[in-house]
Design a protein around this ligand. Structure first.
Ligand code: PLP
Length: 446
C-alpha cells in the first residue's frame, strides 16, 4: 500500500492507512469534522512509539496514562504469551484460576492493610460503576433505602459509562446526557499549584461546603467519590494531601463511604504505589485500572474493605452484587497484571519515579523563571502547567499545539490550555530533560 498524497495527519505526514481508517473507524473523544487523520503506529519500544514511516515519538502521556514501564516490555509480553498457551479465558462466575487469585493476593499485599476483597472488571469506567453499585447496594442491603445520593467534586472525571458520567457531570464532557443522571451533589475542589497563596482559603471553602451539606443530608448519601491528589481529564488539577486528610475526618464524623478513583493515580503515578498512601488516608473502596497491566491489556479492579463484602452475604441472590463482564478477570490480563506488579516493586522503578519527579520539579522551575508558563504543579510522575492563552478542549487551536509537539517528535496532548507530562517510568533522564527543552522552544514559537 503506497503513501497517500492527498491527506495529512497531525505530524504533517501523509499516510494511506490513515485514509483507510477514516473510511471505517469512529475514534474516541474525537470531532472528526475537524480532527486531522490519525497517525498509524507500527511499533513501540521503551518510551517511544514509531510510525509507519519510522518517525519516533516520545510518549509523554504514556498512551492515555496506561503504559507504565515502556512499550512492548518483554517481561509482560512473555507473561501474556506463556499464559495464552495455558488458558486464555474462562467464565469467572463459579470458576477461578491461578493468575486471578495471585494478582488479587499481590494487590492486597501492596495496598494499605485495611482492604478485604478484589472485584475484577475490565476498564476504569467499569471499575467506577462497580464501586458506585457496591456503595449503593451496601446501604440497601442494610435497609437504608434513603441513601440514594452521591457526592463528587467539581472538575472530577470518572469515565464515560452512565454512572461514571453522573459523578463526572461537572467535567462538562457529558452535558448531552444530563437528563439521564442519578442525583449527585458537587463539592468545590481546592485545586492548587506552586506559590498558590489562596490554597488554605480554598480548602476551607470546600470543607465548609461539605460540612454544611452533610449536616443536612448525611443520611441520604450512598458514597463520596474523588480522584485523590490529581483530577486528571479536566486538566491535571492537583490538591494537597492535607485536604484529603480533612475530608477523611469529615467522612468519619458522618459515617460516609469514601471511594477513591485511582484509575489514573494508581501504581506509582503519584510517586507512591497509590495516592491514598501518599495522602496517608484510608478510603473504603478503590478503583484501579489503566496501569494495572502495565498498559498491555484492559483489566480493572474495584477493591473494597471486608465489611462491605460482608454486607452482600445472604441466603438469596437478591443480596448479591449483580455485576459481571464476559471478560471478568481474563487470565491473560491477570498474567500481565502480575508481571506489571513485579516490575512496580522493582528497585529500578522506585529510582525512576524519583528521577522523573526531580526532573519535573527542576524543569518546571526553569519554565517559570523564564515567564513562559502559569500554575505549574507536579505530583510524582505527573507534571502540568497552563499556557496564558485560553484554548478550548479539542478545538482547532488545541490541535495546533498538539501538532507543534508532534512535529518535534513529542506525544503531548493538551487538555485545553493545560500541557502535562506523564511519561512511562522507563524514560531516560536525558530524554525527559531534552523533551522539556523542546517544549520550551515550542512555547516560545507559539
Ligand atoms: C480518574 C479516572 N477514572 C476513570 C477513568 C475511565 O477509565 P477508562 O477510560 O479505562 O474507562 C479515567 C480515564 O481517563 C480516569 O482518569
Amino acid at each position: 500500500m503506497g503513501i497517500d498524497t492527498e491527506e495529512t495527519n497531525l505530524s504533517g505526514i501523509r499516510y494511506s492507512l490513515s485514509k483507510r481508517d477514516s473510511r471505517v473507524i469512529w475514534h474516541p473523544f474525537t470531532q472528526h469534522q475537524i480532527a486531522p487523520l490519525p497517525i498509524p503506529i507500527v511499533r513501540g519500544e521503551g518510551a517511544y512509539l514509531f510510525d509507519i514511516q519510522g518517525k519516533r515519538y516520545l510518549d509523554l502521556i504514556s498512551s492515555w496514562w496506561v503504559n507504565l514501564y515502556g512499550h512492548a516490555h518483554p517481561e509482560i509480553a512473555r507473561a501474556i504469551y506463556q499464559q495464552a498457551q495455558r488458558l486464555e479465558q474462562v467464565i469467572f462466575a463459579g470458576f477461578t484460576h491461578e493468575p486471578a487469585v495471585e494478582l488479587a493476593e499481590t494487590l492486597l499485599t501492596i495496598l494499605p492493610p485495611k482492604f478485604g476483597k478484589i472485584f475484577y472488571s475490565d476498564n476504569g469506567s467499569t471499575a467506577v460503576e462497580v464501586a458506585l453499585k457496591m456503595a449503593y447496594q451496601y446501604w440497601r442491603n442494610q435497609g437504608e433505602l434513603q441513601r440514594r445520593r452521591f457526592i463528587a467534586f467539581q472538575g472530577g472525571y470518572h469515565g464515560d459509562t452512565f454512572g461514571a458520567m453522573a459523578v463526572g457531570k461537572s467535567s462538562k464532557f457529558f452535558d448531552h446526557f444530563a437528563d439521564c443522571f442519578f442525583s449527585v451533589d458537587f463539592s468545590p475542589y481546592p485545586m492548587t499549584w506552586w506559590d498558590d497563596a489562596t490554597i488554605v482559603q480554598k480548602e476551607q471553602a470546600a470543607l465548609t461546603w461539605l460540612s454544611d451539606y452533610l449536616s443536612c443530608h448525611a443520611s441520604e448519601i450512598a458514597a463520596l467519590i474523588i480522584e485523590p491528589l490529581v483530577q486528571g481529564a479536566t486538566g491535571m488539577r492537583m490538591c494537597r494531601p492535607q485536604f484529603l486528610q480533612e475530608l477523611e475526618c469529615l467522612a468519619q464524623r458522618y459515617q460516609l463511604l469514601v471511594i477513591y478513583d485511582e484509575v489514573m493515580t494508581g501504581f506509582g503515578r503519584t510517586g507512591e504505589f497509590f495516592a491514598c498512601q501518599k495522602a496517608k488516608t484510608f478510603p473504603d473502596i478503590i478503583c484501579l485500572a489503566k496501569g494495572l497491566t502495565g498498559g498491555f491489556l484492559p483489566l480493572a479492579v474495584t477493591v473494597c474493605r471486608e465489611f462491605i463484602y460482608q454486607a452482600f452475604l445472604r441466603e438469596d441472590f437478591q443480596g448479591a452484587l449483580a455485576h459481571s463482564h464476559s471478560f471478568t478477570a481474563n487470565p491473560l490480563g491477570c498474567a500481565a497484571g502480575l508481571a506489571s506488579m513485579r516490575l512496580l516493586q522493582d528497585n529500578y522503578t522506585s529510582q525512576q519515579l524519583k528521577m522523573i519527579e526531580t526532573v519535573h520539579q527542576e524543569s518546571l522551575w526553569q519554565l517559570v523563571t523564564r515567564g513562559l508558563i502559569e500554575k505549574p504543579r507536579y505530583c510524582g510522575t505527573i507534571a502540568a502547567f497552563a499556557l496564558s492563552q485560553s484554548i478550548d478542549y479539542g478545538s482547532l487551536h488545541s490541535q495546533h499545539w498538539q501538532s507543534r509537539f508532534m512535529e518535534q517528535g513529542l506525544l503531548v496532548r493538551p487538555l485545553g490550555n493545560v500541557i502535562y507530562l506523564m511519561p512511562p517510568y522507563c524514560i531516560r533522564e536525558e530524554d525527559l530533560r531534552a523533551a522539556y527543552a523542546t517544549i520550551e522552544t515550542v512555547i516560545k514559537r507559539g
